[in-house]
Every structure is written in C-alpha cells, then in structure tokens.
Design a protein around this ligand. Structure first.
Ligand SMILES: Cc1cc2nc3c(=O)[nH]c(=O)nc-3n(C[C@H](O)[C@H](O)[C@H](O)COP(=O)(O)OP(=O)(O)OC[C@H]3O[C@@H](n4cnc5c(N)ncnc54)[C@H](O)[C@@H]3O)c2cc1C
Length: 338
C-alpha cells in the first residue's frame, strides 16, 4: 500500500511489511502492518490468528487509538451503502463509509445525521467506536443514540449481530469502546428527516467568559450550541465569545429568508472552505487576532442586517477532505491501493 494514499500520516518503515503510522496529531508514529480488506469477510479473515490488531477508520483520532501494536485493519475499502428505508430513515452501511458520504447522498433527499462531529471526514465505524459528539450533545447525546444495530467481528473472527435487544451488553460496550470489543463491519443508523438543509442561527455576543457561560446555559434548549472563544482577549474581556445557537430551518423559515433560496442548495454554493490542517507558520498571534476580528465583525454585521436569524446551509460549515478520498453511495472501488 503506498504510504501517500493513507488516511492520517504514514511513512515507510525499516520493518519489512510494516509502515510507520500516526494519528491526526502526527504523534506517536508507530510501526505496524497495515491491512486493507475489500470486503467484510476479508476483514474477518485478517482477525483470525492475529493479536495486537486494531481497526482504523479515517485516522482522525488525534492519538494512537487507531494503530495496532502488530497489525492495523483499515476500513476505508469497506465503503458501500447497503440499504435505505425512507419510511423509517434506517440506513445500513459498511463501517468505512464516512459521514461526508452519508451527508452528500442523503441531505439532498431530506435526511440528516442527528449527531455530526467537528469534522465530517470520519467513518461510521470510528464514530461508533468513539461515540463522537456534535454541537447538540447536551440535548441529543452521542453518536450511539442513532445506532440501531451493527455486525461485529470478534477478535477470534466470530461475527455477531448487536443491538439494544440482541447481545445488548456487547452493543453498549462497543459504543465508545474504541475498537476494543472487535471490528464493526457494518451498521444500521437512523437518519433524521429535515425540511431544508438550512440552519436558523442566533448569534449572541458575550463580553467575557462568565457572560459566555450564561449565554450557553440560557440557550440550553437550543438544538445546537457552540461558543467561539477569543482566547487572545485579556483582563475584563477574558473569554469573550460569540455564542451560536441553531435549529434546523423549516420550509417556512426558508421562505421568509428568501423564497429564491433552494431548500436544499447545491454543495457548490459554499465556495469557501477551511482546510483541516493549517500550516504551522500560519498559526501565530497576528493571524489568530486577524481571524478572530474578522469572525466577530462578520457576526456583528450579519446581526445588524437581519436580526438574529441568519440562514446557513448545513454542509457549508464543514471542512473539505485534505486526502480527497471520500467515496459515494455508488462507489464500487476505493482509493486505497492495497
Ligand atoms: C478536525 C477534527 C475535529 C473533530 N471534532 C470532533 C467533535 O466535534 N466531536 C468528537 O466527538 N470528536 C471529534 N473529533 C475526533 C473524531 O471524531 C474521532 O476521533 C473519530 O473516532 C474519528 O473517526 P475515524 O473514522 O477517523 O476513526 P479512527 O481515528 O481511524 O479510529 C478511532 C477509534 O475508532 C476505532 N475504530 C475505527 N473504525 C472501527 C471499526 N470499524 N470497528 C471498531 N473500531 C473502530 C479505532 O480502533 C480507534 O480506537 C475530531 C477530529 C478532528 C481531526
């Protein structure tokens, strides 16, 4: 497998058959055998007779959670969507399908994932294993709450079905289990029906940390809440923030916002995207101050112009993949050449 094609960071290793692999934080770099099965059955085969094995999704975990001491099984080629029931919103996918894949395929069809972390370039397997949280954790809980069931390959290779009613203890231990109970091969998720792909956003200015906490506590009933904290502010302004609260916009909200706006705009509408990785030299006091000033000014301008209701297409808030390896519902092959 060519190192350049891998998610996360990989380099050649002095150990034949192994490569140096790291997580998103680039440290530590560990020598491991990297396997990339193309089918769930192939993944199971790799587990039999091996120890020191761990599954790896998109490699977005910051530390070394997705690196096996002996072998690492990548799920990036397990990227097929299996079935979808529009009546129930139930979607069954292989573990290597990413949240970005699901949003690209289903947001235009009026479905969203109720729990989405800060990057959409994570796999369903990784999201279940870390029970990732979104900006609605206080209301809706973690990713596990939208998981109906999954098929798990145990370390010995046995495959078991798990849900809240079948192998329930194993099901619960695997949600947030960081891959230690076995390898998730495929999962059934429950998607959230949405009327539009827009968010109705309320931006509040908080002059210091205490005010920001008050605003967040006051907005606890909002579906989504997040604070953009100016960590460069000092003295009485320490912790000053912009607190964003948001709800999924209804058809009525979108018509009020602008009848010419499509309820499900094309992703191309959001031309600007923020890279997931900034070069180190770009992150300094001056650039951070400039960025914070721009964010505050933009928020205040929007507030002045349109009250507290700002329309935001959901997809435009996520970053673009630096690896460019996202697959689609119809993907028949994957970008990792094992
Ligand atoms: C920019 C950025 C923003 C982030 N924002 C958030 C956030 O807002 N909220 C949040 O909760 N997290 C956040 N994270 C962390 C990220 O969501 C988690 O680390 C997630 O688990 C990464 O998924 P992955 O597919 O990359 O998994 P990996 O990093 O490859 O693996 C993570 C863990 O999942 C296990 N695993 C992966 N696939 C499987 C499988 N098929 N079966 C069993 N175990 C498996 C691995 O063994 C490992 O323990 C962020 C990360 C980044 C880089």
């Amino acid at each position: 497998m060519p190192a350049a094609a891998l998610p996360g960071r990989a380099t050649a290793s002095s150990n034949p058959g192994a490569i140096g692999l790291s997580g998103w934080g680039n440290y530590p770099r560990v020598s491991t055998e990297l396997l990339a099965p193309r089918t769930p059955a192939g993944a199971r085969e790799h587990l039999i007779g091996r120890s020191g094995v761990v599954a790896r999704g998109a490699g977005r975990a910051y530390g070394d959670a997705a690196i096996g001491t002996h072998s690492t099984i990548s799920t990036r080629c397990l990227n097929r969507m299996r079935s979808f029931d529009a009546a129930t919103g139930q979607l069954t996918v292989e573990a290597g399908v990413t949240i970005a894949d699901i949003l690209a395929a289903f947001e235009p069809r009026g479905f969203f994932l109720k729990v989405v972390p800060g990057t959409k370039f994570v796999t369903v397997g990784g999201a279940i294993a870390a029970d990732v949280h979104g900006k609605n954790h206080h209301r809706d809980g973690g990713f596990g709450t939208i998981v109906e069931s999954f098929r798990l390959a145990l370390p010995g290779g046995e495959i078991v079905s798990c849900s809240r009613s079948e192998n329930a203890a194993l099901f619960m231990a695997t949600l947030g289990g960081m891959g230690l109970t076995g390898m998730i091969l495929e999962a059934t998720l429950r998607l959230l029906p949405i009327e539009t792909a827009w968010l109705r956003q309320d931006t509040r200015v908080a002059g210091n940390l205490e005010a920001a906490i008050d605003q967040l506590e006051g907005g606890a009933s909002a579906t989504y809440s997040v604070a953009w904290i100016d960590c460069l502010a000092r003295g009485a302004a320490l912790g000053r923030s912009l607190v964003y609260l948001a709800e999924h916009a209804t058809r009525r909200d979108q018509e009020l916002l602008g009848p010419e706006l499509a309820p499900f705009p094309s992703p191309r509408m959001s031309r600007l995207s923020v890279p997931e990785l900034f070069p180190g030299w770009l992150l300094n006091r001056v650039s951070m101050r400039a960025s914070t000033s721009c964010t505050s000014a933009a928020a205040l301008r929007s507030k002045a112009g349109s009250g507290s209701c700002i329309g935001i297409p959901i997809s435009s808030r996520s970053t673009r993949s630096p690896t460019g390896t996202g697959s689609t519902a119809a993907a028949a092959s994957c970008s990792i050449n094992a």
